[in-house]
Design a protein around this ligand. Structure first.
Ligand SMILES: [Zn+2]
Length: 250
């Protein structure tokens, strides 16, 4: 086995393991998104409930205030009946009129508060059903994650062991390059050479399409133990049997 053969073997197992892990990660990402949305809805709902409570308290205060004004007005009406002078009569009448005006202002405010409460309650109602729906989705996502995790656990353990074994024959320097490329490209750490023009010995990276210098291509073609990176994407370059075969036939 050449160094490139070792890397290709590692690449295969590494990619399988990544594929399995990404199934779990996708389920986790989905669950996180559902949980986040649910948290947002819940916090908005809490805000509305608080506002509704404050508004109710304010409406209750206004009611008490209005009751006080009514009481005072009734008393003044009695005074009006018993008033002995015109001056007194007019003064009481003026106060009654002033009270009427403030009562009407209080009533307007109370009405506005009641409308606000109604709106808040309807929003809270909508939110409550949204929260219930989202909770269902979140719970399903939770179940899915648990299921997937246990589904792949065994298989993943086998692959991890296999991967460790394949990685053990690769030098540390090369492994760093390999892992970096694998992380950058979702496991696609190895780039096969692509033939651009065989007669002119023009080859490129089949992953990022950068064309590669003749010397580099020559070195890779000649020795399977040479580990070189693509100058464009930094994946590890290799020659497929197909490309090599085509070259030999020439
Ligand atoms: Zn490339």
């Amino acid at each position: 086995m050449t160094a490139i053969d070792d890397l290709l073997a590692l690449h295969m197992v590494d990619k399988q393991a990544r594929g399995l892990r990404s199934r779990v990660e996708n389920a986790q990402t989905f669950l996180n998104a559902q949980q986040r949305r649910l948290d947002e809805l819940t916090s908005t709902n809490e805000e509305l409930v608080l506002r509704s409570k404050t508004t109710r308290a304010s409406a209750a205060n206004l009611e008490t205030e209005a009751g006080g004004v009514d009481e005072r007005t009734n008393k003044l009406r009695e005074d009006l009946k018993n008033s002995s002078t015109t001056k007194q009569y007019n003064a009481i009448l003026e106060e009654i009129n002033n009270l009427k005006e403030s009562k009407s202002k209080i009533d307007d405010r109370a009405l506005a508060e009641l409308e606000t409460i109604e709106q808040l309650e309807s929003q809270i109602g909508e939110l409550t059903s949204k929260i219930a729906e989202r909770t269902k989705v979140r719970d399903t996502a939770k179940g899915e994650l648990t299921e997937r995790t246990s589904e792949v656990a065994e298989q993943l353990a086998v692959l991890e062991a296999e991967r460790a074994q394949k990685a053990s024959v690769v030098s540390n320097d090369v492994l760093v390059v390999f892992d970096k490329a694998a992380d950058d490209f979702e496991g696609d750490s190895m780039a096969p050479l692509a033939e651009i023009d065989r007669r002119r010995m023009e080859y490129g990276c089949s992953c990022c399409n950068v064309s590669l210098p003749f010397n580099l291509v020559n070195t890779i073609m000649a020795d399977g133990n040479v580990v070189e990176q693509c100058q464009g994407c930094l994946r590890i370059l290799y020659v497929t049997e197909e490309v090599r075969g085509a070259l030999v036939k020439k």
